[in-house]
Design a protein around this ligand. Structure first.
Ligand code: SAH
Length: 481
């Protein structure tokens, strides 16, 4: 008996040892600062690695799919954890040294540590995952993403903050969540003409000792330098954004810029004296040269004032708009509504194949630009209306207007619910949904799928290589009834 109880005691001891060993922490036990080892499954919508720890999603910036990483927990939420990358234990074959020397500090790009072909695959996955999650669709009609042959030097505009460091004038971007200005001269995703313009402008500002604005003291003059190149025209528009109307050494500034930068066709000053995160102020003065920058995409002509919005990657914009045109499949008979039309670009792209185009845009200034662009491009079948798409479309439907094709291209937050309902009521044959946010796209598609449409295709386009952004052109076709 004794022996036997001894045996049991031994067994119990052994068992509790095993139990103790197997008593790994659950996600509930986890604390900030803990180190965890995670296998990365995919990239999240912000370019971070996503894996699971005890069934909870973990977001780890800098980690890549198929990697095994050690990470330190930085934030714990009921359904997910944030962690900082400590060490990569198993490295992805697609991991590369980021070409840009200030990649880590700048924050403008999120994927330079991933080879470009793998970036494209990861973006397709982001889209697939968003639809799986919000629509339950597993057999998504996803087309291969349209990438760039040369994914560098694509960005046609830079808006750089100006600061002073050790007596030198510096232009750059503020590191995310900090007030540290990161010098991004020579940024590899900017068009070389943009970099050249900013560098020369910075040097002239330094030579002339133009006072730089100091935010804390609210003193000084120059805040931001903006350079934009017209890809088709080769023209350059240069804007100095100042806190004061007075711009010291103005004449000399103009003359030196003109001498050094023969491609500059506009030198402008914009005044922003407010304490605001908005870059541009209301007032723009042309200091020298043309009022507007000429640009064209395909057959469509644009004339851009310094503040006017324009797509940042013209080469990929053409691919995106061609995808919209293919999806719209126009015959010349259709009434097309371009909701969220901005400066009218998509509507004007489609106008030659449509009977009529109606654009809707909430910003009056953009609508004026849209009308101007329509006139320049000879699109006399395009009209542009100021207003909220979710108000105008239902009004038109009530009046008996029946659009054949509706195009939406909403901000990142997606379409207003009322607009989706109006689209369902308007019963267009086709809806072309252009989106820069796969999550809101998929959520809105769910509403439309329930409202009588089916998803015919999703075409991702890489508008911003090396960042986590992915644009999609989706075609929804109304089910016959
Ligand atoms: N299609 C354009 C611009 C898309 S950006 C292009 O390709 O260039 C989205 C646009 O929607 C912005 O111009 C924004 O001002 C506009 N917008 C935002 N909310 C809106 C609303 N409720 N109704 C109409 N337009 C809106």
């Amino acid at each position: 008996m004794k022996e036997r109880s001894h045996l049991y005691a031994e067994m119990n001891k052994e068992r509790s040892k095993i139990m103790a060993k197997s008593k790994l922490p659950t996600a509930e036990d986890i604390r900030i600062g803990d180190r965890i080892v995670v296998t990365i499954k995919r990239l999240g919508i912000n370019g971070e690695g996503v894996g699971y720890y005890r069934k909870k999603a973990v977001f780890i910036p800098g980690a890549l799919p198929d990697e095994v990483v050690k990470a330190k927990v930085t934030r714990i939420e009921p359904s997910y954890i944030h962690a900082a990358l400590v060490d990569v234990e198993k490295t992805s074959p697609d991991r590369q040294k980021p070409p840009c020397p200030v990649y880590e500090q700048c924050g403008g790009c999120q994927l330079q540590h991933l080879a470009y072909p793998a970036q494209l695959r990861a973006k397709e996955d982001i889209v697939r995952e968003a639809f799986r999650r919000y629509t339950g669709l597993d057999d998504l009609p996803l087309k291969p993403i349209l990438g760039m042959d040369d994914p560098w030097g694509y960005r046609n505009k830079a808006q750089l903050q100006v600061g002073v460091r050790e007596g030198r004038v510096v232009t750059g971007l503020y590191s995310p969540g900090s007030h540290k200005l990161v010098d991004i001269s020579g940024c590899p995703i900017q068009h070389p003409g943009v970099n050249e313009t900013i560098d020369a402008a910075r040097a002239v500002v330094e030579e002339l000792r133009i006072p730089i604005y100091r935010e804390k003291q609210r003193e000084g003059c120059l805040r931001t330098i903006v350079a934009r190149v017209g890809r088709a025209s080769g023209e350059v528009q240069l804007t100095f954004i100042t806190a004061t109307r007075e711009l010291p050494h103005r004449a000399e500034l103009i003359s030196r810029i003109r001498k050094r930068l023969p491609k500059v066709t506009t030198i402008a000053q914009n005044i922003n004296s407010a304490d605001t995160p908005l870059i541009f102020g209301e007032k723009t003065i042309i200091l020298w040269g043309k009022e507007r920058l000429d640009e064209s995409l395909g057959q469509v002509q644009f004339s851009l004032s310094p503040r006017a919005f324009f797509q940042l990657n013209p080469e990929q914009t053409v691919k995106l708009y061609n995808a919209v045109r293919d999806a719209a499949a126009l015959t010349g008979e259709e009434l097309v509504v371009d909701a969220y039309c901005g400066t009218g670009t998509i509507g004007l792209w489609l106008a030659p194949q449509a009977r009529e185009v109606r654009g809707v845009e909430i910003i009056p200034e953009a609508t004026l630009d849209a009308r101007r662009n329509a006139a320049l491009s000879g699109a006399d079948n395009a009209r542009f209306y100021v207003g909220q798409a979710e108000r105008l479309l239902p009004e038109w439907v009530r009046q008996g207007v029946r659009p054949d094709v509706i195009v939406v291209d909403p901000p990142r937050t997606g379409c207003d619910r009322k607009l989706l309902q109006a689209v369902i009521q308007a019963r267009p044959q086709r809806l072309v949904y252009v989106s820069c946010n796969p999550s809101t796209l998929a959520k809105d598609c769910k509403v439309l799928l329930d409202g009588g449409f089916r998803l015919a295709s999703v075409q991702p386009v890489d508008m911003f290589p090396h960042t986590s952004h992915v644009e999609c052109c989706s075609l929804l076709i109304r089910n016959e009834k």
